[in-house]
Design a protein around this ligand. Structure first.
Ligand SMILES: [Zn+2]
Length: 78
């Protein structure tokens, strides 16, 4: 009976060590997040001013547009 108890304790200790090692590895492998360059970066259309994700916006001359129509029309104030 004592042997069984020792085996259980050893198994739990090994599992605990394994989980700790895995957690440490995951923490080290996580890529650092750049604060300014978030994926959901919003830009506003130079023509109508609507906000949309930078990845979906059309950009020309440092300005962003929500659609091809507004991209062709150009900035409202220019
Ligand atoms: Zn627009």
């Amino acid at each position: 009976m004592t042997r069984l108890l020792v085996i259980i304790v050893v198994v739990f200790a090994l599992l605990w060590l394994l989980r700790r090692a895995l957690a440490r590895q995951q923490k080290g492998d996580a890529p650092p997040q750049a604060p300014g360059e978030a994926k959901g970066d919003l830009v506003s259309c130079a023509h109508c001013g609507v906000n949309l994700p930078k990845a979906e916006a059309r950009s020309a001359g440092g300005r962003h547009y929500c659609s091809e129509e507004h991209w062709r029309a150009g900035p409202r104030d220019g």
